[in-house]
Design a protein around this ligand. Structure first.
Ligand code: FES
Length: 104
């Protein structure tokens, strides 16, 4: 298995609160989310069906899937309502010198 690595994916001020950006890093499709000024990185695709969470929206630290309406906590990846029952992956984020980094 390859060791984890940190990858720069955006400028710190690139996304306004509530905005998202699709990024690909280490072969994964990820979503950078700015939730009220805090950056999170999660899987781009919903755990319920193969549907992009980029088409959803960020609300109170959660991301909503616009296909069937499940919400996922951006800290834990866990869904807090049906129909999704499995968590999406969340990734460690750090901000260094005005750059957002993700660990993958
Ligand atoms: S595809 Fe996301 S909740 Fe169904």
């Amino acid at each position: 298995m390859m060791a984890d690595q940190w990858i720069a994916i955006a400028r710190e001020n690139e996304l306004a609160p509530g905005q998202m950006k699709r990024v690909s890093a280490a072969g994964k499709r990820l979503l950078l989310c700015n939730a009220d000024g805090k950056h999170h990185v999660v899987d781009e695709m919903c755990s319920h069906e193969d549907y992009s969470l980029y088409l959803g929206c960020i609300q109170e630290g959660r991301i909503k899937c616009s296909l069937h309406g499940s919400y996922f906590d951006l800290e834990t990846g866990k869904p807090d309502c049906e129909p999704a029952s499995e968590a999406i992956s969340v990734y460690e984020v750090k901000i260094v010198d005005g750059q957002v980094w993700v660990r993958v």
